[in-house]
Ligand binder design. Structure first.
Ligand SMILES: *[C@@H]1O[C@H](CO)[C@@H](O)[C@H](O)[C@H]1NC(C)=O
Ligand SMILES: *[C@@H]1O[C@H](CO)[C@@H](O)[C@H](O)[C@H]1NC(C)=O
Ligand SMILES: *[C@@H]1O[C@H](CO)[C@@H](O)[C@H](O)[C@H]1NC(C)=O
Ligand SMILES: *[C@@H]1O[C@H](CO)[C@@H](O)[C@H](O)[C@H]1NC(C)=O
Ligand SMILES: *[C@@H]1O[C@H](CO)[C@@H](O)[C@H](O)[C@H]1NC(C)=O
Length: 260
């Protein structure tokens, strides 16, 4: 008898847990739509960041203000943004169904789950709505992480920006085995140091030879991109005021709530 009870229990349990629970999680179109919605919304703060980066590059390397070397970062962002963002939101944080086992082993949805406002962290629309401030943080941080990756010196996009800036500069590279190597290097340091003391000299450029040193140029470019650009991001989104410029709470909640 007991065996049959256990068997009956197992059958019920299996039937319940294997039933297609199609309506309970944010899957397929729900995931792609929400991710794409964020990418579309972020286009505006992205443009602000890229414009400011171009300005920083122009100032630092004495480029014409119409030079758009940051476009290489924008292109690289476009290639990776969807996969990066989807991964940051869904498998990494909002995943699984909200159902919880009861004493008799069946699974039930807690109140508000999967919709409309589910106080359990899981991959359902109601959970995304309830934990919207976390979702907002995740998308902001994912962007910051993407920018950090794209501006690493060994990344293709960094090298593309470098080529672009060098093409826009009138100065040529210094000959490697120059007779004045030793003197050049000390002058280079002098130029490098005087910049921080406020005199207008330009990254890695040896004034007399009118050429630039590749290593110092690359360091300076790295500094502009990693420090100035990445560090501008919280300001662009207004992180001090709850990321209000990268929130879009009403419209995004409306999109999420469209998935039942
Ligand atoms: C998401 O879905 C909504 C409603 O179907 C639609 O209006 C919106 O354009 C979609 N957004 C994206 C980015 O696909
Ligand atoms: C900056 O560029 C302008 C023209 O693009 C040039 O006239 C000026 O001499 C440059 N300044 C320096 C310090 O290289
Ligand atoms: C299991 O318990 C829940 C309440 O906790 C009840 O709603 C459900 O009907 C029960 N299911 C079975 C198969 O006994
Ligand atoms: C969002 O991030 C900020 C800054 O890191 C933090 O203070 C805040 O607690 C986070 N909010 C949530 C809901 O995780
Ligand atoms: C944030 O958005 C407001 C309103 O759209 C705008 O006036 C403000 O300049 C933005 N802040 C930043 C730091 O871009």
């Amino acid at each position: 008898m007991r065996f049959y009870n256990v068997l009956a229990f197992l059958c019920t349990f299996l039937a319940v847990s294997l039933l297609p629970q199609s309506a309970s999680a944010c899957e397929g179109p729900c995931i792609t739509n929400i991710t794409n919605e964020y990418i579309e919304r972020y286009a505006t703060p992205m443009k602000t960041l890229m414009d400011r980066t171009n300005l920083q590059l122009a100032t630092r390397f004495n480029l014409s203000s119409s030079t758009n070397c940051a476009s290489h970062l924008k292109d690289a962002y476009t290639k990776v943004a969807y996969a990066f963002l989807e991964n940051a939101i869904f498998p990494s944080y909002f995943h699984g169904k909200c159902q919880q086992p009861t004493a008799n082993g069946t699974l039930v949805d807690p109140p508000g789950c999967p919709n409309p406002d589910c106080p359990v962290v899981c991959g359902t629309p109601g959970s995304l709505v309830h934990f919207f401030p976390v979702l907002r943080n995740i998308t902001f941080k994912a962007h910051e992480d993407i920018f950090t990756l794209l501006t690493k010196q060994d990344s293709e996009s960094f090298q593309d920006v470098k080529t672009c800036v060098l093409d826009a500069m009138p100065t040529k590279k210094c000959p490697k085995e120059s007779a004045h190597d030793k003197r050049s290097i000390s002058r280079l340091f002098a130029a490098h140091i005087s910049r921080s003391s406020g005199r207008r000299t330009y990254s890695g450029i040896l004034p007399r030879e009118n050429c630039y040193d590749d290593a110092i140029f690359e360091q300076d470019l790295f500094y502009v991109l990693q420090h100035n650009m990445v560090q501008m991001w919280p300001g662009v989104c207004d992180a001090r005021n709850g990321l209000r410029n990268c929130s879009w709470e009403k419209p995004i909640k409306a999109v999420i709530s469209g998935f039942k």
